[in-house]
Design a protein around this ligand. Structure first.
Ligand code: MRU
Length: 352
């Protein structure tokens, strides 16, 4: 089986696995300008909060590399414009804004350094974006190791959407926990919610787990209640696009319903996310911007109309799970339990 990757810098371009074509085709897109990177994010060629952040960071480095600017003020202007364009791709995943913040700071640091020139700023931006990507894999591995203890032997784990290697620079968050449990010999089995309308569970979670030899069964979104009622689920674990300061969690549409079901059936409901998904500036879930996507993803399936023409559809792409329904949040710095406001704040406190 060939090695694959989500997103990387290769020979002066941003290369990413086109997730719209999975599982049928494994093909990589080479993006040569920041507009192409922005469109790839908007059109879900790359998706998943940490992967969006990594791609945007590489996009800023690409904007600097391809800018014709010779002097620092012009280059700074082009970098700022690239950040602005990328910030308008997807509103919910806070990792995007976190990554752009890091790139803006790296630009300022390099441009304000004594003897700075445009070439030095370009190099600094590429180094920053590449280290952000490398760090993301390391963070997912630490997060996975921290969460593995939550997965008992032979656990039947229900997950939603794709919070795996495809949603990060590698290894994954929710699926990182599953991978770490599998590596520890616990033999987890995954139930992957299909995840209408973009089918991240059926197409992506199933694809990457099957490649790793981790047992995975795809179920449609409406089956979760039945399976829980029959005692066929031991725990739920999902990723997140943004975690508010009070512990409310925005994730793929359908997550909130699973949390309600998990509570009804007294099952643990875990959220796995890096610290870059925690947004202490957003007080609670009501303040999290929820992306509304175009109707075509709902009205059509594989290019085929499945809704009568002219009938309106709704398409909020995310929902908010209230903190009270979350059993624990797994991060690379450990497991946070209620009261979440305090535990999440502590994640960012410098060690004494
Ligand atoms: O619309 P998507 O596919 O970008 O939504 C992705 C999710 O909801 C994931 O669960 C979330 O980003 C966490 S990924 C580690």
């Amino acid at each position: 089986m060939s090695e694959w990757f989500t997103v990387r810098w290769v020979d002066g371009g941003v290369v990413l696995l086109d997730q719209r074509r999975l599982p049928g085709e494994e093909c990589y897109l080479t993006l040569r300008d920041v507009e192409a990177v922005a469109r790839a994010i908007e059109e879900l060629a790359v998706r998943g909060a940490p992967a969006i952040g990594c791609t945007a960071a590489l996009g800023v480095a690409l904007a600097a590399a391809t800018s014709p600017a010779r002097e620092l003020p012009e280059l700074r202007r082009d970098v700022a414009a690239a950040c602005e364009r990328l910030a308008h791709t997807r509103p919910t995943a806070v990792n995007l804004f976190w990554a752009l913040g890091r790139m803006r700071e790296a630009c300022e640091r390099a441009a304000d350094a004594p003897g700075a020139d445009a070439a030095g700023v370009r190099d600094a931006l590429l180094r920053e974006a590449q280290s952000l990507v490398e760090e993301d894999v390391a963070i997912c591995r630490r997060l996975g190791a921290a969460g593995a203890e939550l997965v008992p032997d032979d656990a039947r784990v229900l997950t939603h959407c794709n919070a795996g290697a495809l949603a990060t620079a590698g290894y994954g968050t929710a699926l990182g926990v599953v991978r770490a449990a599998a590596e520890a010999g616990r033999k987890p089995q995954v139930l992957a919610d299909e995840t209408r309308p973009f089918l991240q569970g059926a197409r992506l979670t199933a694809w990457e787990l099957a490649r790793d030899g981790i047992p995975v069964t795809v179920v449609t979104d409406g089956m979760a209640a039945h399976l829980m009622q029959r005692g066929e689920v031991d725990l739920v674990i999902v990723g997140a696009d943004r975690i508010a300061a009070n512990g409310d969690v925005a994730n793929k549409i359908g997550t909130y319903g699973l949390a309600v079901l998990a509570a009804r059936h007294e099952l643990p409901f875990y959220v796995a996310a890096p610290r870059s998904t925690v947004d202490l500036d957003t007080p609670d879930g009501a303040a999290i911007p929820i992306e509304e996507r175009g109707p075509a993803e709902v009205t059509h399936l594989a290019g085929q109309a499945i809704v009568p023409e002219g009938v309106p559809v709704r398409h909020p792409a995310f929902d908010v799970t209230p903190a009270e329904l979350v059993t624990a949040i797994v991060t690379e710095s450990g497991i946070v339990r209620a009261p979440f406001a305090e535990g999440l704040r502590a994640l960012f406190r410098p060690p004494a």
